[in-house]
Design a protein around this ligand. Sequence first.
Ligand code: ADP
Ligand code: MG
Ligand code: MG
Ligand code: MG
Length: 400
Amino acid sequence: MPGYHALSEAQAIEYARSIPDLFSKNSELVCREIGDGNLNLVFHISEPASGKSIILKQALPYAKVVGESWPLTLDRARIESEALIIQGKLCPDLVPHVYAYEPDLALTVMQDLSDHVIMRKGLMDGNRYPLFAGHIATFLAQTLFYTSDLGMNQQQKKEQVKRFINPELCKITEDLIFDDPYTDSPNNNVPPAIRDAVEAVWKDQALHLEVAILRGKFLTHAQSLLHGDLHTGSIFIKADSTKVIDPEFAYYGPMGFDIGAVLANLLLNFASQEGWSADADSRKSYRAYLTQTIRDIWTKFEAEFRSLWNEHGVDRVSKTAGYQDWYMKEVLRDTFGFTGSKMVRRVHGLAQVADINKLEDEAAKERAQRIALAIGTSLIKFNRQADSIEQLIEIADKAV
Ligand code: ADP
Ligand code: MG
Ligand code: MG
Ligand code: MG
């Protein structure tokens, strides 16, 4: 990309000054780089005199994945900003506002959400978010319906599919979620304490068949424009607000992959509660809060999706009697399968989660890993028989 260079903090300030109608001329601006530096730079720029602030997110041309640096397309910055803009049109309250996108620098300028916390941390701190299920259900129903062949003209949708092919980031998912965890790959980080359970995963052929089928759907089922990385680290939250960030993995794929990402990360926290809750009563109560949230997410998602379909479905064929019921069941079944896939990879795959890995008590950590693996593998094996979200909650409750 001509003109691309990774910005320093001083250059980020200079760039921020060039954005029209934002900061006052010649005022003092303060900049901090707050990203983790693996894939992207994230600059927080503020103007102390006015209290105004913004975020600049810049993609780096290399990623530290699989142990070493390897090239990764800067086009993902375009994909991220375009996805944020589409999501912002459909649910303006649920994503950061995008002020500008600068293709030559692979840079997105967006609303500062520093008054929110990353949801993974909020859950590890034991907070509860009663409005979250409704917010995320709306995000899922709006974005998945209106970008699908049900909610948009099918020829225009094909144009969108082309804009969001995203092969390099999809390859990361294909390897780290659907391949490495099921074989003795050097990319795995197998916790020694649960080696026996991981080896059982490597040998389980019934499990491998289901994962192959799920991967096939991820590869070929261009159903909706997905966020593609919708874990609780991509959700900013506070009591009255939910904001989804970081859609650089966006592509056209199966709806259940996004829904499953949310449910999986709630269940990873559920699995780790022996380390986070102070006693058995509070653990039981927090787990019940998490499973109720899961129930509410699916129930509200389904109701909102069906009502969008009934009121705004674009064509006659999709209103064929019985089709909607069949379709929703398929989405539910995919959700079971992808929830399980997203759990398993976080136990012994390359990239794990703080909910489990930050546990200091080794026995609690091992329990969390075993519970997560048991829930994940059960959901994958059961996925094609699923009929109700209650079965997912039963599988989770049985594992603890
Ligand atoms: P990456 O793709 O590298 O994971 P993210 O978009 O997830 O980048 O951002 C990394 C971190 O930067 C977030 O966890 C958060 O701490 C911070 N961040 C990102 N976007 C914003 C924002 N709009 N407002 C405030 N902080 C942000
Ligand atoms: Mg990161
Ligand atoms: Mg992120
Ligand atoms: Mg990211």
